[in-house]
Ligand binder design. Structure first.
Ligand SMILES: C[S@@+](CC[C@H](N)C(=O)[O-])C[C@H]1O[C@@H](n2cnc3c(N)ncnc32)[C@H](O)[C@@H]1O
Length: 169
């Protein structure tokens, strides 16, 4: 009989804890051209599309001075993602990989991040370039991107995952 869980072969789901450790506030919504997950680009560097961060009124004053940054770090909540997967099998990958070695939206806390270019601001709306999420995705936070501290040009990825620790299954 086939797997009816919706998981790919090699994927492992865990029972999640019965309660949350913290709460959070959605500070707004992200408007994008993509109506579904499957229509989204894989990451924000794959598109030139302009998207909008619509910040809700109670938080809008927090946008003061934001135009000083050419680029922003945007954190958002992947509201359609599975939360129980600890091993995942990315499409087209040979085997499964640990959730924390992936940028997949499926994770215990489905928080996504992108570094975006800030195009302009209209009141409580920021027009940006560099996002990859479905239209209406909840917005969690906005921070200035500092090339001096956030950019690590020496960073590498060993896809085999053999830079210490366990190899992927
Ligand atoms: C691979 S994730 C990367 C997200 C972010 N750039 C990061 O690195 O944390 C981007 C993918 O998430 C999926 N996605 C987009 N919006 C989503 C949502 N609201 N809930 C769940 N998945 C979403 C789409 O398939 C999209 O291609």
């Amino acid at each position: 009989m086939g797997d009816t869980s919706g998981h790919r072969p090699g994927e492992v789901a865990i029972p999640l804890p019965g309660s949350f450790d913290a709460g959070l506030y959605f500070i707004g919504r992200i408007r994008t051209p993509w109506a579904t997950r499957s229509a989204c680009p894989k990451n924000g560097r794959q598109t030139e599309a302009t998207c909008t961060l619509d910040v809700d009124a109670p938080f809008a004053e927090g946008l003061q001075n934001v135009e000083g940054a050419s680029h922003l770090i945007v954190l958002y909540w992947m509201d359609e993602a599975a939360r129980d997967l600890v091993l995942q099998r990315p499409r087209h990958a040979e085997g499964s990989r640990g959730t924390f070695s992936l940028r997949s939206p499926a994770r215990p806390n489905p928080i996504a991040l992108s570094v975006v270019e800030l195009l302009d601001r209209d009141g409580a709306s920021l027009r940006v370039r560099g996002l990859d999420c479905r239209d209406g995705t909840p917005l969690l936070d906005i921070k200035p991107y500092y090339a001096t501290t956030d950019s690590r040009p020496d960073a590498t990825i060993d896809r085999a995952g053999t830079r210490g620790g366990d190899s992927p299954a």
